[in-house]
Design a protein around this ligand. Structure first.
Ligand SMILES: [Zn+2]
Length: 159
């Protein structure tokens, strides 16, 4: 694949590749051969996940066919997981290519976010939460909902 017309952000060494290598701490909710699902520290929805290819692909344009299929499947699965765990009335999916489209990290990523209580998702500045907090979101998403409800009933009885 040759050069594209996309003007990429100048973000230096790729942060997502560093997370995938384990060089920097970050919450990786799921990972398979071709894709990973991360819990972003900039939560713009309830909750907000990122689905990325394992291989460094700057934009949608460089994706191989097998990755394209695997990514859309992972995006769907992330949406299903949000639906099952958070029961939001809406789930937004977006993906930006190039600085002009507000791409901040030049490693392709799909945003998958449950909508906020007031509706929509946050487009302005958001506070970066800690990795401990994103780990908690991942734990909640990993725990089967029924288990959680039972645990909650148990703890309520103990009060
Ligand atoms: Zn990368």
């Amino acid at each position: 694949m040759g050069e594209t017309s996309i003007d990429l952000p100048d973000d230096g060494a790729c942060a997502f590749c560093a997370y995938l290598r384990g060089d920097r701490p970050y919450t990786i909710l799921r990972r398979d051969e071709l894709t990973a699902t991360l819990v972003t520290r900039e939560q713009r929805g309830v909750p907000h996940l990122l689905v990325i290819p394992i291989a460094h692909r700057p934009t949608l344009l460089e994706l191989h066919d097998s990755e394209t299929l695997a990514l859309m499947t992972a995006v769907r699965d992330a949406a299903r997981l949000i639906d099952k765990t958070y029961e939001r009335p809406g789930i937004a999916v977006w993906q930006n290519n190039g600085k002009d489209a507000n791409q901040a990290i030049s490693h392709l990523h799909f945003h998958v976010a449950g909508t906020l209580d007031e509706g929509g998702t946050e487009w302005g500045k958001v506070k970066e939460i800690s990795v401990e907090e994103t780990d908690e979101i991942a734990e909640k998403l990993r725990a089967p909902k029924a288990e959680e409800d039972r645990a909650m009933r148990r703890s309520t009885r103990l009060l």
